[in-house]
Design a protein around this ligand. Structure first.
Ligand code: HEC
Length: 140
């Protein structure tokens, strides 16, 4: 019983605290305090400190990018994608040279299911190239 009374009291206090008129200075201070939480930033967006955040976390490894952006097609062979680990499927592609394959990874292959960056628009060119290297290394 005492507990219930107490929580009603606490509620009342909380409400009255909200009812207090804030001065402009107090309001500004609160806005400043909650700002980092309310501000969201898309990966790769340079306008709100996003690039700094991305840079500080460093580029993702080829394996990480593969798992996040390439595996969906390249582990199953969806749409005719050469499967990771399938040396036969990769041999003729590897014969074209790494530069060509890097280019296919970054820009895609027109007219095929291989879209630019495998659709990973927040992946940097370097990250996609690392994912290509990861696939090549694991498929020969
Ligand atoms: C939506 C499905 C899909 C996704 C996602 C995808 N790929 Fe592909 N990829 C394909 C298909 C299909 C091909 C085969 C295209 C062809 O030659 O017909 C292919 C081929 C390739 C090739 C060989 C290109 C060549 O020149 O022979 C590379 C390299 C490649 N993908 C890299 C990647 C990387 C790196 C990722 C992730 C960042 C990725 N792919 C994500 C479907 C996909």
């Amino acid at each position: 019983m005492t507990r219930i009374v107490f929580s009603f009291l606490a509620l009342g206090l909380a409400f009255s605290a909200f009812a207090v008129d804030l001065t402009d200075a107090q309001r500004a201070e609160i806005e400043q305090r909650i700002k980092p939480v309310g501000e969201s930033c898309m990966l790769g967006d340079n306008s709100c400190g996003g690039s700094a955040a991305v840079a500080s976390s460093g580029p993702r490894s080829g394996e990480e990018v593969y798992n996040a952006a390439c595996m969906a097609c390249h582990s199953t062979g969806a749409a005719g994608a050469p499967k990771y680990g399938d040396a036969t499927a990769w041999a003729e592609r590897i014969a074209k040279g790494k530069d060509v394959l890097h280019d296919s990874g970054v820009n895609g292959l027109a007219g095929t299911g291989m879209i630019a960056k495998g659709g990973c628009m927040n992946c940097s060119d370097e990250e996609v190239m690392a994912a290509v290297d990861y696939m090549i290394d694991g498929s020969q």
